[in-house]
Design a protein around this ligand. Structure first.
Ligand code: DP6
Length: 402
C-alpha cells in the first residue's frame, strides 16, 4: 500500500430509519425498476430505537467494490445493490459534466468500500431492507456529492426503502411513467406534526418468514384477483382518507384505516395461490386483543398492522401506552428471567382494573411475545459528523469483524 493511502481515502457515515406502512405496498408492475401497482404510506420510526448505520469510503487504491453487512463480507454483485451503485455514480458523473463545482471530481471513478450495521437484531424479523437501502443510497450520495431526488434510487434497492428517505409521514406515489421517474416518495407531514403518536413493536418470534416479500408479492400479482381489486379500487380512496386523517391528527380514522389495510393485505396473501401465511397464532391473538380493548372503551385507542411476518406493530397515543403495555404483559406473560421485556422509550408501569381484564377475557399465553420496542415517529437519514463513529478504519476495512 502506498504511503499516502490514508490521505487519499474519502469516508462518509450516515444513518437511516425503518418505516412501517399503514397503507401497504404489495405488488410490482415492473420487477427491475421496482414500480408498484399501488401507492402506499408509512410512518418513519425514530432512529434512537431502530436504525441502520452505513460507512462508505472511496480511494484510488481500492481494487474492487466491497460490502460488509453486520460484520460479514457480502456479495457486492447482487443486482439491486448494483442498481443503486450504478445510479448514484451516474448522477455524480452527470453533476460533474454539468459543471457543478461541489460534485466530487473523481470519486465516481474510484472503487467503493461499504460497511453497514443495524442497531436491532436482524433475527427479530424487523424490516431491515428499507433502512438498509435508504442508508446505502443516502451515504453514497453524500460520498459522491449527489443531491436532489434520491428516493427514486432507493426504490431500486427495495420498494419500501424509498419511504425511509424522509422523516415523519411519507407517501410513495406509484407514478405512471414507464421509466419510474414519477414513482417517488414524498413527505406528507414532518415527524413533529403528531407528537402524541406512539409505536410499539411486539416482537412475536425469531423464526424466519416462510416467503420473502419480493417472491410473495410476485406470486400475488400473478394469482390474486383480490390484489388487483385492492390496487385498482381500494387503495386510491384509502390514500386520500389516510392523508386527511394524518393531517387532522384523527386517531380513530387513522387507526381504523391502518387495521383494515393490514387485514386486506393479509387477505390478498390468503387469496394468493398457493396461499401465503404471515400471521401466526400469536398475531391473531394480538388482533383479538386490540379489538376487545377498543370495544371496551367504545373507541379506537390502539391499532395493529403486520408486514410480511408475525410481528405486530401497534400505533397508539401517548396517554394509552402504559395501560396497553400492561394489557399485553397480562395476556402474554413474559419470561421473568429473560432479557428486558420493554425496550426503547421508557414507560412507567400502571395497574390494570379487573373490569378491563375481565372485559378482554382471553386466556393468557405465556412467552407469546419475546419483547416490545417502544418508539415514535422520527426524522429521515442523517450524516454522522463524529469521525470516531466510522465503521471503516483508515485502511478502508471494517474496524471490527464478526
Ligand atoms: C409488507 O419493500 O421489502 O412491508 O420491493 O421486493 O424489496 P421489495 O419489497 P419490500 O416490501 C415491503 C412489503 C410490506 C409492505 C410495505 O412496507 O409497504
Amino acid at each position: 500500500m502506498p504511503e499516502d493511502n490514508v490521505q487519499s481515502l474519502t469516508v462518509v457515515t450516515c444513518t437511516a430509519p425503518v418505516n412501517i406502512a399503514v397503507i401497504k405496498y404489495w405488488g410490482k408492475r415492473d420487477e427491475d425498476l421496482i414500480l408498484p401497482i399501488n401507492s402506499s404510506l408509512s410512518v418513519t420510526l425514530h432512529q434512537d430505537q431502530l436504525k441502520t448505520t452505513t460507512t462508505a469510503a472511496c480511494s484510488r487504491y481500492f481494487k474492487e467494490d466491497r460490502i460488509w453487512l453486520n460484520g460479514k463480507e457480502d456479495n457486492i454483485n447482487q443486482p439491486r445493490l448494483q442498481s443503486c451503485l450504478r445510479e448514484i455514480r451516474r448522477l455524480a458523473r452527470k453533476r460533474r459534466s454539468d459543471g457543478d463545482p461541489n460534485a466530487d471530481a473523481l470519486g465516481y471513478s474510484y472503487k467503493i468500500h461499504i460497511c453497514s450495521e443495524n442497531n436491532f437484531p436482524t433475527a427479530a424479523g424487523l424490516a431491515s431492507s428499507a433502512a438498509g437501502y435508504a442508508c446505502l443510497v443516502y451515504t453514497l450520495s453524500r460520498l459522491l456529492g449527489v443531491d436532489g431526488e434520491l428516493s427514486e434510487v432507493a426504490r431500486q434497492g427495495s420498494g419500501s426503502a424509498c419511504r425511509s428517505m424522509y422523516g415523519g409521514f411519507v407517501q410513495w406515489r406509484m407514478g405512471e411513467q414507464e421509466d419510474g421517474k414519477d414513482s417517488v416518495a414524498e413527505q406528507v407531514e414532518a415527524e413533529t406534526h403528531w407528537p402524541e403518536l406512539r409505536v410499539l413493536i411486539l416482537v412475536v418470534s425469531a423464526e424466519r418468514k416462510p416467503v420473502g416479500s419480493t417472491a410473495g408479492m410476485q406470486t400475488s400479482v400473478e394469482t390474486s384477483a383480490l390484489l388487483k381489486h385492492r390496487a385498482d379500487s381500494v387503495v386510491p380512496g384509502r390514500m386520500e382518507e389516510m392523508i386527511s386523517a394524518i393531517r387532522q391528527r384523527d386517531f380513530a380514522a387513522f387507526g381504523e384505516l391502518t387495521m383494515k389495510d393490514s387485514n386486506q393485505f393479509h387477505a390478498t396473501c390468503m387469496d394468493t395461490y398457493p396461499p401465503i401465511f404471515y400471521l401466526n397464532d400469536v398475531s391473531r391473538r394480538v388482533i383479538n386483543l386490540v379489538h376487545r380493548y377498543n370495544h371496551h372503551y367504545r373507541e379506537t385507542r390502539v391499532a395493529y398492522t403486520f408486514d410480511a411476518g408475525p410481528n405486530a406493530v401497534i400505533y397508539t397515543l401517548q396517554q394509552h401506552v402504559a395501560e396497553f403495555i400492561q394489557v399485553v404483559k397480562h395476556f402474554f406473560p413474559p419470561e421473568t428471567n429473560g432479557e428486558q421485556f420493554l425496550r426503547g422509550l421508557p414507560v412507567s408501569p400502571v395497574s390494570l382494573s379487573e373490569e378491563l381484564t375481565r372485559a378482554i377475557g382471553m386466556d393468557p399465553l405465556p412467552k407469546g411475545i419475546s419483547y416490545i420496542i417502544s418508539t415514535k415517529a422520527g426524522p429521515g437519514p442523517r450524516v454522522v459528523e463524529d469521525p470516531s463513529l466510522h465503521l471503516l478504519g483508515p485502511d478502508g476495512l471494517p474496524k471490527k469483524s464478526a
